[in-house]
Design a protein around this ligand. Structure first.
Ligand SMILES: *Cc1c(COP(=O)(O)O)cnc(C)c1O
Length: 451
């Protein structure tokens, strides 16, 4: 096995160590306090409270240390306390916490826009706007597309996840827990079939054919000239880490271009080195008209962005885009430092290295375990889909049991998927090989014990 020489030093010892009976007394007490004051609708998957986090390790308030294979949902790719990010935040926050870019602008916002225009695919003229959350970025990408095209309809896909605000709930495909009883939803959203290789009725269907299937439906049900935007996650996140068949994204993007439809890649989860490229669309050379970004962008600080064609973004009248906190100066400083660390540590190479280690282990495991229906993903965005042995019937019970068994051993693992049967791996890209391998062994044992 190869190991990349990476010059990452850790503040906390990178070792898993949990007491058999956690949550400990401090976490239990905090959970009681929480129950009395925090709305039940905000659920947490791990029953301990965090005291510290660094590299691939999370410490709780009772002295347990967990391996983090979730990165706070693909956010802390550079770690949860990357020294460069921490330093940049401290420096920025001592000068000003906020002025509002729409009132008195500051350099950090411009510098982040320069970086995003440089890093996103395509060498066309680009513009960037900064916001706070992924959902807000998605909302604004759609606003821009509708204004620029003068059209209403928006196409989203099966298994999509785009957020929890009203429009982004409408774009999201899964009812429970995201949409049920939260309607009515924003109109003019149309859902089309995704390319989902593992669950295709015809396993031979190519990416281009799957794109044709969606395009024909769009033409018949909406009309290409009525569509403002097609929004798609190049690798679907919450929906199950679904990697569309090769050729699907390029065919859709080419058709959108032909019809004057704005092609929006929602890279909120897949962006910033997560898949071994700056953006997941790069794997197939797709150049979106607009990209939405958040999660990994700023080392854990809340920041999101849209970057896209200058003619689209500059079509919006002055004052038409913005928000009080959008592009907060401290978050901008964190983003610049975080992008710097991604380059310094070469986290794209690191993500590919994680893929090399983990995919090999997962495939080996799948060959022994008929409950593993599929192994997929790119870089450090990897997943296994669990099924009833010998079929494609989803196995959400086993998925829950495996995640719980991993947690019991001190490994934080997230699940996802339309059918709740996908285990997803999203380790911080700075995780050490030793810790990653330890986490994978725990996962393997949990599957063997519960299958
Ligand atoms: C998480 C996510 C969002 C929503 O981001 P928030 O910051 O939670 O609003 C949107 N799109 C994708 C693909 C996501 O993974």
């Amino acid at each position: 096995m190869t190991t990349t020489a990476h010059d990452i030093t850790y503040r906390l010892e990178q070792k898993r160590r949990v007491q058999a009976d956690f949550p400990g007394p401090k976490s239990v007490a905090l959970t009681e306090r929480r129950k009395a004051v925090v709305a039940a609708g905000v659920a947490s998957s791990v029953p301990v409270f965090v005291a510290d986090a660094d590299g691939g390790i999370i410490h709780d308030v009772d002295g347990n240390s967990f391996i983090d294979l979730g990165s706070g949902i693909a956010v802390t790719s550079v770690g949860a306390s990357d020294p460069a990010v921490v330093g940049a935040v401290k420096e920025a926050v001592e000068h000003f916490t906020h002025t509002c870019f729409m009132v008195t602008p500051y350099e950090g916002y411009v510098a982040v826009a320069e970086q995003l225009n440089r890093l996103t695919p395509g060498d066309h003229e680009k513009r960037t706007v900064l916001f706070n959350s992924g959902a807000e970025a998605v909302e604004n990408a759609i606003k821009v597309a509708r204004l620029a095209t003068g059209r209403d309809a928006v196409v989203a896909f099966d298994h999509a996840y785009h957020g929890r605000t009203n429009l982004t709930m409408a774009l999201t495909a899964k009812a429970m827990p995201y949409k049920t009883n939260f309607g009515p939803f924003a109109p003019e959203v149309y859902r089309m079939p995704m390319s989902y290789p593992f669950r295709e009725e015809n396993p031979e269907i190519t990416g281009a054919e799957a794109a044709k299937r969606a395009i024909t439906m769009i033409e018949k049900q909406i009309g290409g000239d009525q569509v403002a935007a097609i929004i798609i996650e190049p690798i679907q996140g919450e929906g199950g880490f679904i990697v569309p068949a090769e050729g699907f994204l390029p065919a859709l993007a080419a058709w959108a271009k032909d019809k004057g439809i704005v092609f929006i890649a929602d890279e909120v989860q897949s962006g910033f080195c997560r898949t071994g490229e700056w953006f997941a669309v790069n794997h197939e050379g797709v150049v979106p008209d607009i990209l939405t970004m958040a999660k990994g962008i700023a080392g854990g600080m809340p920041l999101s962005a849209i970057t896209g064609r200058a003619d689209l973004l500059d079509a919006v009248h002055p004052g038409g885009l913005g928000g009080t906190y959008g592009g907060n100066p401290v978050a901008c400083a964190a983003a610049l430092a975080s992008i710097g660390s991604m380059e310094q540590y070469n986290l794209n190479a690191r993500a590919k290295h994680i893929e090399e280690i983990a995919l090999g282990k997962l495939r080996e495991l799948a060959s022994e375990q008929p409950v593993i229906g599929d192994v997929r993903g790119r870089g450090a965005m990897l997943a296994i889909e669990l099924v009833q042995a010998g079929s494609k019937e989803p196995n959400p019970e086993l998925t829950k049991a495996v995640a719980a068994a991993c947690l019991k051993e001190g490994v934080i693992i997230l699940t996802c998927g339309t059918y709740g049967n996908v285990i997803r791996l999203l380790p911080p890209l700075v995780i050490s090989d030793e810790l990653l391998l330890d986490g994978l062994e725990v996962l393997a044992a949990a599957i063997k014990a519960n299958a």
